[in-house]
Structures are given as structure tokens and as C-alpha cells.
Design a protein around this ligand. Structure first.
Ligand code: 5GP
Length: 129
């Protein structure tokens, strides 16, 4: 069965898209730790990051680098933190999180954004990509 992220890639479930190419897709996390919390995923459906073939892994990191640069330009923060967990969604995803305090990297602290705020944020980050 397709993962929720494959459904997002296919447009069956909406997302606040940041960027995509033939192999990768990036969009805002719907339940962000901090404003601008973004996910980067390979279109290839693989559960665990270190099960990716090396080329896809390197491509994912290169794409994440570009998204992180766009995030730094778009969201005021001390730096962009990166994390890979994957305990909730079994489809490889890199978390890129604009952080100011350590708690921004903990998945217990959550930020509430309106639909309009998500749209404006995604447009801004996408514009800097
Ligand atoms: P993990 O699997 O690394 O523990 O976390 C999965 C992440 O995916 C969570 O931060 C969660 O908020 C996010 N997420 C789960 N379902 C959706 C969804 O349907 N849309 C978006 N944009 N993010 C989701």
C-alpha cells in the first residue's frame, strides 16, 4: 500500500510544496516543531534511510542542502537543524527545522499555523529555492 508521502507526491493528498525534481519532493511538515519545519523525501518509496542505494542517499542530501539554504533565507533562525527519525511514516524523510533553541529539535514542542500562514511560508521558501 502507498505511504501517505507517496500519496502526497502523487497529489492524492494536498501538501504545502517547497520544491521537487524527478527524484525528490519537499513540503512543509503539517505538525511543525517550529515555523518552517520542512520534509525532504525521495520519490522512491523506501522505509529506512540507510536502506537507500548510495546514489539516492547522496541525491537526497544534495536536495536537502538546497532546501536548507532556501530555509535560511526565508525564516529567521539561528540555524537549520537536520534530523532523520521515521518512526511515524515508513517512507524516508529528512526533517529540516529552523531552530533557535534546543527544544525546536524535540518532537514534543509543536507550533500551530493557519492554512494562510502555511501557504505564505511555502511560497516564500519556494521562491528562495
Ligand atoms: P517521523 O516519521 O520522522 O517520526 O515523523 C513524521 C513526520 O511527518 C511528522 O513530523 C509529521 O508531522 C509529518 N506528517 C505526517 N503526516 C503528514 C501529512 O499528511 N502531511 C505532512 N505535511 N506531514 C505529515
Amino acid at each position: 500500500m502507498a505511504t501517505i508521502f507517496t500519496k502526497i507526491i502523487n497529489g492524492d493528498i494536498p501538501s504545502y510544496k517547497i520544491a521537487e525534481d524527478d527524484e525528490f519532493y519537499s513540503f512543509l511538515d503539517i505538525n511543525p516543531n517550529a515555523k518552517g519545519h520542512t520534509l525532504v523525501i525521495p520519490k522512491k518509496e523506501v522505509n529506512k534511510i540507510f536502506d537507500l542505494d548510495e546514489e539516492t542517499y547522496n541525491g537526497l542530501m544534495a536536495f536537502s542542502y538546497r532546501v536548507a539554504k532556501a530555509l535560511e533565507k526565508s525564516v529567521p533562525c539561528k540555524r537549520v537543524g537536520m534530523s532523520v527519525v521515521g518512526l511515524e511514516v515508513p517512507h524516508v524523510h529528512v526533517h529540516l527545522i529552523p531552530i533557535n533553541i534546543m527544544d525546536d529539535m524535540r518532537f514534543t514542542k509543536k507550533e500551530k499555523l493557519s492554512h494562510e500562514e502555511f501557504v505564505a511560508l511555502a511560497e516564500k521558501i519556494a521562491g528562495n529555492f
